[in-house]
Design a protein around this ligand. Structure first.
Ligand SMILES: [Fe+2]
Ligand SMILES: [Fe+2]
Length: 253
């Protein structure tokens, strides 16, 4: 607030000084509050990330699968023409897709061999449980993570779960994560089978185009398969962690 000193009374000048001080105090308090909120959101994110690692422990005791899912989802979103901001948010959200497995009893989760229809039903609840764990927040990251958790088992042709959504009714985040999750799971060793080779995995992905997966996303994946394969390999060779995942610089894709 600028006051012409020739017209100002002593009182005006004192009031203006006071006002400036209040404004600067408010500015500082606002900044401190934002920093504190960011710290809380970061701690919340880290806790949920660790929960996601724990939920995935049965399939992958290194936790690298879920980190790869983050980076592959980001890369694919960018290749699909999505904004950097969306792709970055998806990188952080996608690793939490299976967090709901934490709520599935061990006798189902760890059962070797096939599940009975009843057990399959229990297992499928991980999507809704995950959305429940993540969806309580108003923060954009956790809202997107809840959307991914809820929709990553929907299928393009409507035969998925939990809601049987079809086509573009399935949020883009779920459609992208289901593709990278399928690809990454095929190309890693599992307790019940060795990893499929790259060509076999790509053929299986292509085979599901228009059935399980959005054909546009599968086409995009196929066009960029070399880069995506290299990205996957790079992450496996120098395992990344939570810190890399939340680093806000876009990945060198
Ligand atoms: Fe899942
Ligand atoms: Fe997964």
């Amino acid at each position: 607030m600028k006051i012409d000193p020739r017209e100002a009374t002593q009182f005006d000048l004192a009031a203006a000084d006071q006002m400036e001080k209040i404004i600067s105090d408010l500015g500082r308090m606002y900044q401190e509050r934002n920093e504190a909120l960011q710290e809380v959101a970061h701690a919340h994110h880290e806790a949920l990330f660790l929960l996601a690692v724990a939920a995935d422990y049965r399939d992958d005791d290194t936790g690298v699968h879920i980190v790869r899912i983050g980076f592959l989802a980001e890369a694919l979103a960018l290749r699909l023409g999505q904004s950097k901001a969306y792709a970055l948010l998806l990188r952080k959200a996608a690793p939490m897709h299976d967090i709901g497995k934490i709520g599935i009893p061990d006798n189902v989760l760890k059962k070797p061999g096939g599940l009975t229809p009843k057990e399959r039903q229990v297992m499928n609840q991980h999507a809704a449980i995950g959305a429940d764990i993540l969806g309580k927040s108003r923060i954009a990251l956790f809202k997107l993570a809840a959307e991914v958790a809820l929709t990553h088992h929907e299928r393009w042709n409507g035969t998925g779960y939990p809601r049987g959504l079809a086509g573009a009714d399935i949020p883009l985040s779920g459609r992208i994560v289901s593709v990278v999750d399928f690809y990454d799971a095929l190309t890693m060793d599992r307790v019940y089978r060795p990893a499929f080779g790259e060509d076999k995995a790509l053929a299986m992905l292509q085979e599901q185009s228009g059935k399980a997966f959005d054909p546009t996303i599968v086409d995009c994946f196929m066009r960029h398969q070399g880069e995506l394969h290299d990205l996957r390999k790079r992450i496996t060779q120098s395992p990344m962690s939570f810190a890399d995942l939340v680093d806000s610089t876009p990945a060198d894709l």
